[in-house]
Design a protein around this ligand. Structure first.
Ligand code: MG
Length: 164
């Protein structure tokens, strides 16, 4: 049947993306994991975890709650230097308070480093344990092209599916 889905079981998808510049000497924390051997890490008001920021934006998008910049306020001093896990926890509080449950989230890191492949399961399990959400994490490169290919930055893109 063609038509919009109505409650109960209303479904909504959302999309989110993020980019951060990489800087020498910054800690590399991506998808909630630390990569202590990386010589550079994302610059940002928080820890610059592009994967978690894209996830947050996808969740807010699906819930119709705007985005991290407008809804949570990423320039808010209370987020300065904070782990992006706190941003995600705050995002999930807002999404759940609006009556939504997370069905699943998919997120892809775009960049040369860190190599996420061998730690993908660890990232997914960590997000499930800390936040109670099912996230599939993947990664790709851009064949040396663009800001991620030149190693100037990292990007991520995410989708989320919510139900209520
Ligand atoms: Mg960000």
């Amino acid at each position: 049947m063609i038509g919009s889905v109505t409650s109960p079981g209303e479904l909504r998808i959302g999309i989110g993306s993020d980019v951060h510049r990489l800087a020498e000497g910054r800690p590399m924390r991506i998808a909630g994991l630390d990569f202590p051997d990386e010589p550079a890490g994302p610059e940002g008001h928080s820890d610059g975890d592009v994967v978690l920021h894209a996830v947050c934006d996808a969740l807010l998008s699906a819930a119709g709650l705007g985005d991290l910049g407008s809804s949570v306020g990423t320039t808010d001093p209370r987020w300065a230097g904070s782990p992006s896990d706190e941003l995600l926890a705050d995002t999930l509080r807002r999404v759940r308070a609006a009556g939504w449950q997370v069905v699943n989230v998919a997120v892809q890191l775009i960049g040369n480093r860190p190599r996420l492949g061998s730690r993908r399961a660890e990232a997914e399990q960590g997000l499930a344990d800390r936040h109670g959400i099912t996230v599939s994490v993947s990664a790709t490169t851009t064949d040396g092209l663009g800001l991620t290919g030149r190693g100037e930055g990292l990007a991520a893109i995410a989708t989320a599916l919510l139900q209520r």
